[in-house]
Design a protein around this ligand. Structure first.
Ligand code: DAH
Length: 348
């Protein structure tokens, strides 16, 4: 009888010990598991003691021994999970020597792709890329470029003035031509530059016009630069930009800072309704303004117009990007909707 009592006693004690056990150490937990649940463990022995139990008590003892076993198994599971989640919470220090994950990179903006393409074409024939300030003074934007205060050509561009009363007045540049004047003042010919950048005009915003847009300006000044050089350079550009079979034409035009002045059209074709619309039924698309730098502009900027001649050109980036990617609304460039932006590859 006493053995039976003892064995019940042992089992109850074991249950208490199991329930009371705790650890935050993996090895200790494993020791506990082997001690109780191992093939020679305490619980095995407990069940082995079953044979000493009287028949009428076997059922009760079996239940007790089973509850010890379940408690031990539960304990192991519970402590193991606690240990694992504690390990998860440790901040893992990444291997800082691993290469950067390129997948997180975004794609290039369609305007950047187009701008880079234009600049790259001119860089191949020796033009240097220069940038200038977007907040400009009246002198560099207008006066130096042969467009003094009362000149009617100022009406060609609606200007955002920042401080009209200052001397010179401060404004948001209306064209990248302003950088021509900056470079001519600070560098000796030969000068061969392209100037990409953002420009601003006080225009009503619509699908086809915006108050901010982008231009690339070009300037070449040296001895004996001729109109033939201008034409050949622009023809080379058009071939690289629109394909070898491209047709171009130069139409006489007027700009205050060039004489003679011209506009260059490329032949787009008249194959469908859309072509009629974008070329206004002519098949030709105007892509840039250009001309021989007016000697007065050279003199304004400290370059000897007796010795040097030059050509200049200026083109919009936005419209060329719209044509290339068939984008119908200029405002999409500035909304930065990722669904729009993700569609452009960074091919160039
Ligand atoms: N600045 C002119 C514009 O914004 C474009 C232009 C025309 C630039 C003729 C030039 C040029 O350098 O020679 O409309």
């Amino acid at each position: 009888m006493s053995t039976v009592k003892n064995i019940f006693e042992d089992a109850r004690l074991m249950l208490e010990q199991v329930n009371a056990f705790t650890t935050t150490n993996k090895e200790e937990l494993e020791q506990f598991r082997i001690e109780y649940l191992g093939s020679k463990g305490k619980i095995k022995q407990l069940f082995a003691g079953m044979r000493t139990v009287a028949r009428e008590d076997k059922r009760a003892f079996g239940q007790l021994a089973n509850s010890v076993k379940q408690a031990a198994e539960q304990k192991v599971i519970q402590l193991r999970e606690a240990l694992e989640s504690a390990a998860d919470q440790h901040i893992e220090i990444p291997d800082l020597s691993l290469p950067v994950d390129n997948e997180a990179l975004g794609s290039r903006h369609p305007l950047s792709i187009t701008k880079n393409k234009i600049c790259q074409i001119f860089a191949q024939i020796g033009f240097t890329i220069v940038e200038g300030p977007e907040i400009e003074d009246d002198w560099h934007n207008f006066t130096a470029l042969n467009t003094p205060e009362d000149h009617p050509a100022r009406d060609m561009q609606d200007t955002f003035y920042i401080d009209k009363g200052a001397n010179p007045a401060m404004l948001l540049r209306t064209h990248t031509s302003s950088v021509q004047a900056r470079v001519m003042k600070s560098q000796e010919p030969p000068i061969r530059i392209v100037v990409p950048g953002r420009v601003y005009r006080n225009e009503t915003i619509s699908a086809r016009a915006h108050a901010q847009f982008h231009q690339v300006e070009g300037l070449y000044i040296d001895e004996n630069v001729s109109f033939a050089d201008l034409k050949q350079t622009l023809y080379y550009f058009a071939q690289e930009m629109y394909g070898k079979g491209v047709k171009i034409r130069l139409r006489p035009s007027y700009f205050p800072f060039t004489e003679p002045s011209a506009e260059m059209d490329v032949y787009w074709g008249l194959e469908n309704e859309n072509d009629y619309r974008i070329t206004k039924g002519t098949g030709w698309l105007e892509v840039l303004g250009c001309g021989m730098v007016d000697p007065a502009v050279l003199d304004n900027c400290g370059i000897d117009s007796q010795k040097y001649t030059g050509f200049a050109f200026g083109m919009g980036i936005d419209r060329q990007a719209m044509l290339k990617y068939q984008i119908g609304d200029i405002r999409m460039f500035f909304e930065n909707d990722v669904r729009f932006l993700r569609q452009f590859s960074s091919a160039f």
